[in-house]
Design a protein around this ligand. Sequence first.
Ligand code: SAM
Length: 177
Amino acid sequence: MSDARRKRLRENILPLALRTVPPPVFDPCCGGRMCYFDKHDSRVLFSDIRREEHTLCDGRVFAVSPDAIADFRALPYADASFSLVLFDPPHLERCGPRSWQAQKYGKLGKAWRDDLSAGFGECWRVLKPLGTLIFKWSEIQITIKEALACFPQRPIFGHTTTTNLRTHWMTFFKDGE
Ligand SMILES: C[S@@+](CC[C@H](N)C(=O)[O-])C[C@H]1O[C@@H](n2cnc3c(N)ncnc32)[C@H](O)[C@@H]1O
């Protein structure tokens, strides 16, 4: 191979090919990335159903700016694509559509049980065998028990008590297949 051809391959073709490999971590409802220590962590594919910008009541700008737009109930990724998935769907059923909570966290629809179930199913499908799925839930209007009842899998560990806390992080582990 000539030097010029090798140079062209290194500079043009390899980066393109590498970009088609998805990062190892997937967040299908990333919102404003508030739970991230690094909001631009290159190991994460940030996805959400919306791209929006709002000025909150305290004057700060809140942006939902995902890498990809997708519905977690029908994800456009192949089976077994990611090693780690964070599923942090909306947790409020009752809030004004223009309220700051809806702007920040989104809002559940009437069919929220079906939506959570479909979302979990899709997150599980795109998770690799021996991968981990983290489910985050704020127990404000709907209990963690009700939310977990939407899923066919049981978490391996997480908060086992609901005393004095509202935010739950549950860990699901996918067996090798
Ligand atoms: C609780 S917030 C996520 C907060 C986020 N983890 C953070 O750290 O800021 C839930 C997000 O789910 C998104 N969402 C709601 N329905 C969705 C759907 N069907 N598919 C994908 N994202 C959805 C909302 O737009 C909202 O940004």
